[in-house]
Write a protein that binds this ligand. Structure first.
Ligand code: SAH
Length: 348
């Protein structure tokens, strides 16, 4: 007997039990989406920074190696959340090895398809579905690029009756957002109480829970985290729930499981969750200035010296990663360090 397709399964669940929270819809859609394909690159749905150029992963590797060196070179593990094709890790590990750091590698990844791609680039990695299996000894050097944006969000909508949760209903085979009955007024920050009707407030309980779990481990074991994603410093109102397919925006309520669903990351809330567990937060700063501070200029020049034929390609990649109207401004970096760890580079 074959499994019914995801849209049919979701439609059946909604018909039986009523509209489901947006977070449940997004979680189910993305789990199916990532499990069944490699979505990255020109021929896929979207291109991430490590797929633009090796410079991105290399500079992150050097950022970690520098911190680790100044922390007194303790035993350490490299941990990456949602490593995609494993490109960032491969580039970072190569750069770290040159700086004398060759840590065991732990990948948090649920997609069998992407685990296979990661194994081609980092064959010695160990895979986990969550942080629980990552050993509790050694400092943790953690990287997450375009990971938190894929975790499920909840949306609250201001109606004439007050704040209500956005749910997903189903009519025939069409999914559509509706508003639930339960009141969420008691959890709305004071500055948003007077927001106009129709305003949307996003939260990501899954992101906050993971952040707290990660922060607890870092406080106990030492280490640092670098989170890179597109986002804002909240709380702010606005609907950032979006779908991308074939490098274009699409309707997120169409074809669940066949397009990438994301929401902008609320960096202020992530930083607050980390601080609640004793971590020190740095930034967020914009990706462009961060990469410039880490030396993407000299790194690009060195690449061109060793391969002059690639001059144009390297220059193009550098501007794509750093220029404000490309990835340089919307994408931001949040650094987190364990108590007693040195000040990280790039956030001054
Ligand atoms: N970091 C990579 C890939 C970004 S795409 C890059 O920059 O290229 C998001 C990644 O997170 C994918 O590897 C996806 O399979 C993984 N992912 C998404 N949701 C996840 C979850 N709940 N648990 C673990 N991994 C998840």
């Amino acid at each position: 007997m074959s499994e019914p397709h995801l849209p049919e399964r979701l439609a059946r669940a909604i018909t039986l039990a009523g509209p489901i929270p947006l977070s449940q819809y997004m979680g189910a859609a993305n789990a199916h989406y990532y499990a069944t394909r490699d979505p990255l690159g020109e021929r896929g749905d979207f291109t991430t920074a490590p797929e633009v150029s090796q410079m991105f992963g290399e500079l992150i590797g050097l950022w970690l190696a520098d911190l680790w060196d100044r922390a007194g070179r303790p035993p350490a593990r490299y941990v990456e959340l949602g490593p995609g094709r494993g490109t960032l890790a491969q580039d970072a590990l190569r750069a770290m090895a040159k700086a004398g750091l060759a840590p065991p590698v732990h990948f948090i990844e649920t997609s069998p398809t992407l685990r296979a791609a990661q194994a081609e680039r980092v064959p010695d990695a160990e895979w986990h579905v969550d942080l629980v299996g990552v050993p509790d000894d050694g400092a943790l050097l953690v990287v997450a690029n375009e990971f938190f944006d894929a975790l499920p969000i909840r949306q609250l909508v201001k109606t004439a009756e007050g704040w209500r949760e956005r749910l997903v209903a189903c009519q025939d085979t069409l999914f559509l957002p509706v508003v639930g009955d339960r009141s969420f007024d008691s959890i709305i920050p004071p500055e948003l109480r007077d927001a106009p009707y129709g305003s949307i407030l996003e939260t990501s309980p899954a992101s906050v829970a993971l952040m707290r779990q990660l922060a607890k481990r870092l406080t106990a074991q030492g280490g640092a985290v670098l989170i890179a994603d597109y986002g804002y410093s909240g709380p702010a109102v606005g609907d950032t729930f979006q779908a991308v397919r074939g490098h274009r925006f699409a309707n997120p309520f169409e074809d669940p499981g066949e397009q990438d669903l994301t929401a902008h990351v609320d960096f202020a809330t992530l930083a607050e969750a980390a601080r609640a567990e004793e971590l020190i937060a740095h930034g967020p700063v914009e990706q462009g200035p961060f990469l410039e501070a880490l030396g993407i200029g000299p790194r690009a020049e060195a690449l061109v010296r060793s391969a002059p034929a690639r001059a144009e390609e390297v220059a193009e990649a550098r501007s794509r990663l750093t220029e404000a109207e490309q990835m340089g401004s919307l994408f931001k970096m949040l650094g987190l360090t364990a108590p007693g760890w040195p000040e990280p580079a790039g956030f001054a």
